[in-house]
Each structure stands twice: as structure tokens, then as C-alpha cells.
Design a protein around this ligand. Structure first.
Ligand SMILES: [Zn+2]
Length: 83
């Protein structure tokens, strides 16, 4: 019976120490999480820019006026000619 009390007391002591340091660990993570969020926002901004550039580069040109237009559109928005 005696060793069980010792083991239980040691377990509670370790638990108390971990419980004491838990808030410091959580609040220490907050600046790092904010930095990760900022980096993700910047990455999404760059991805939107790249997507726009790719759409411009991939758009087919109108045979009549030479300007790019949406391939799903029936007529060119610039000159109105049919595909
Ligand atoms: Zn056109």
C-alpha cells in the first residue's frame, strides 16, 4: 500500500508542475501562430496574383481584334464578333 501512495504523490507532483507551465506554453505560442497567419495571408495574396497572371496568359485571342477574351463567351466583348 505504501509504494502506491508514493507513486500517486509523484504523479500528482508532475501533474502540478505541468499544470503550472501550461499557460506559459500556450501564450508563448501565440506570436508564432500570428506569424504563421501573416505568412499564409501573404501567400494567398501572391497566389491570387499568380492566378490572375495565368488567366491573362492562358486566355485565347480574338481572331478579329487580337484581344484576349473568355473562351466560354459566345462573342468577343471587345469587337462583338462571333467566335
Ligand atoms: Zn474581338
Amino acid at each position: 500500500m505504501e509504494p502506491l501512495y508514493v507513486i500517486g504523490a509523484l504523479f500528482l507532483l508532475v501533474l502540478a508542475v505541468l499544470w503550472f507551465f501550461l499557460p506559459f506554453a500556450i501564450f508563448g505560442m501565440q506570436p508564432k501562430m500570428q506569424k504563421i497567419l501573416d505568412e499564409a495571408k501573404q501567400t494567398n495574396h501572391l497566389l491570387v496574383e499568380i492566378k490572375g497572371l495565368l488567366q491573362i496568359a492562358a486566355a485565347p485571342e480574338c481572331k478579329a481584334c487580337g484581344k484576349p477574351f473568355n473562351p466560354t463567351a459566345a462573342v468577343c466583348p471587345h469587337c462583338g464578333c462571333a467566335r
